[in-house]
Design a protein around this ligand. Structure first.
Ligand SMILES: [Zn+2]
Length: 327
């Protein structure tokens, strides 16, 4: 069983639900990227399938736990998203609806469907799943993960039990990363950028692209601080039309702007961004109104990216908006 760090209250809630035989058939785990939603989806599947769970959760040792852990349990279906936007479409929802009613082979079996990263689950897909979630066959369970509950229709939310997954403290993250065998220096650099977010810290250590994204975010932020429009455009330009990178970098800049707004009120406040030195400088140069305006411009950019607008076009717009706000 992969160890879960932090989120003690959530773990005990889930364990109590199992103990009282009240595990819900449809659940949503929501929380920021890297906070451990997928771990919780697997944990929940293990709670449903473990052959000898106790008050502390699934045993982690039985064949069911081991298979869930390795992603090979025959009763756990990882529903694949499709297309450039990695979405869940009505076609996928209908396939699941048909599959659910094929009874599992033996009486003790379950059918657990995990829909990961529902940042693009269409309204039609949700409507197609609605009836199923309302009255699922007794053996079926649906687990959704998403960054925010707002990805789902109110009708879906009202039929699911929703659990918020929180990022850990920096101490818990350090503990987890040490247990994973990483070195002191790389852990400290990762936590400096991504704080208690274990998933993102791990990405920073292992994935070149994440470090590149952080470097580019720093370059962009420095050019905002210097009010250097040419450099800001040039830095954005290197992203081309890579939607994933654009989205990541825009949200990292957004966190720095959020930090700047908070630091301008309270210089000792905790930060969430990847570049505290820049947030301190931004907090001196931006009014809260300007910070909110930049946040709105970035959010507008993110929405356009999600709506499949050309990346270069979106970034040119964001750049122009930012320069106008800080002029
Ligand atoms: Zn087990």
């Amino acid at each position: 069983m992969k160890k879960i760090y932090g989120n003690k209250y959530l773990l005990s809630t889930l364990n109590n639900m199992r103990k009282n035989n009240r595990l819900a058939q449809s659940v949503i785990f929501y929380g920021e990227k890297g906070s451990g939603k997928k771990l919780f989806a697997d944990y929940y599947a293990s709670l449903l399938l473990c052959e000898s769970p106790d008050d502390n959760g699934p045993c982690g040792k039985c064949p069911a736990c081991r298979n869930v852990n390795s992603g090979t349990h025959p009763d756990v279906y990882h529903v694949a998203s499709e297309g450039k936007l990695e979405g869940y479409t009505v076609k996928i929802a209908r396939e699941v609806s048909k599959d659910v009613f094929i009874k599992p082979n033996n009486n003790t079996a379950r059918k657990i469907y995990i829909f990961r990263d529902c940042h693009n689950i269409t309204v039609q897909a949700q409507n197609a799943l609605l009836k199923l979630i309302e009255e699922p066959p007794p053996y079926a369970c649906f687990i959704f993960t998403a960054e925010s509950k707002s990805e789902f229709l109110p009708t879906i939310i009202s039929r699911c039990v929703c659990f918020g997954v929180s990022v850990c403290t920096e101490e818990e993250a350090a503990h987890s990363l040490t247990d994973s065998g990483f070195g002191k220096e790389e852990i400290s650099a990762a936590i400096n950028c991504f704080h208690g977010n274990i998933g993102r810290c791990t990405g920073y250590i292992l994935d070149d692209n994440v470090r590149k994204q952080v470097d580019l975010t720093k370059r962009i932020t420095n050019s905002i601080i210097r009010r250097d429009e040419y450099e800001l455009n040039a830095a954005f330009f290197t992203l081309g039309n890579n939607r994933n990178d654009i989205h990541e970098i825009l949200s990292m800049i957004d966190s720095l702007i959020r930090d700047a707004a908070i630091l301008s009120r309270d210089s000792s406040a905790g930060t969430i961004g990847c570049f505290k030195e820049a947030s301190i400088k931004l907090s001196d140069m931006l009014t809260v109104y300007q910070a909110v305006s930049i946040h709105n411009a970035i959010e507008k950019g993110c929405r356009a990216i999600e709506a499949n607008v050309n990346g270069s076009l979106v970034l040119a717009g964001v750049c122009a908006d930012i320069m106008e706000i800080i002029a």
